[in-house]
Ligand binder design. Structure first.
Ligand SMILES: [Zn+2]
Length: 155
């Protein structure tokens, strides 16, 4: 088994020795006394007020840094949304143009159909009925069926 060690120097005689990392962490946590190989008393002092303030300050700095990162990522998100908004706006404009083209195509087709209807009525000898755009196709069918010999009502 491999044990991670920590190097320690005695503050009195300067001798160097090693503790397992685990044991060292326990000594730091409990501030318990221990001894150098030469018998000098050692211990990890508990943090002073200044050290505690330092830790607090470090924590606060970390929180500020985290907040800054959050704000930056929100800005990134906002920019991304703005880009996708612009892209969608472009798509909507493109679709509107397509719809306008389709509508003018439909209008052109309807005009052609109306011209055909007028022509059919003339050929059949039928009076041109009042224009009914909605039933243009039905009117054209009626024209095709119209018999000028018979008494028929064009509906
Ligand atoms: Zn010592």
């Amino acid at each position: 088994m491999e044990v991670t060690t920590v190097e320690i120097s005695c503050h009195t005689c300067g001798v160097t020795w090693w503790l397992s990392k685990c044991h060292d962490a326990e000594l730091r946590r409990t501030h318990a006394e221990f001894y150098c190989p030469g018998g000098h008393r050692q211990y990890y002092p508990s943090p002073t007020k200044a050290e505690k303030k330092d830790v607090e300050l470090t924590n606060l700095r970390g929180r500020v840094a985290q907040q800054s990162r959050n704000i930056r990522s929100m800005h990134d998100e906002r920019d991304k949304l703005a880009r996708s908004h612009a892209a969608l706006r472009g798509q909507i404009t493109k679709l509107r143009k397509q719809r306008a083209r389709a509508n003018s195509e439909i209008d052109r087709f309807r005009a052609e159909l109306e011209a055909v209807h007028v022509l059919l009525c003339a050929v059949a000898g039928m009076p041109l009925p009042a224009p009914d755009r909605r039933n243009l196709c039905r009117s054209i069918e009626a024209c095709l069926r119209f018999d000028p010999e018979a008494e028929g009502d064009h509906a």
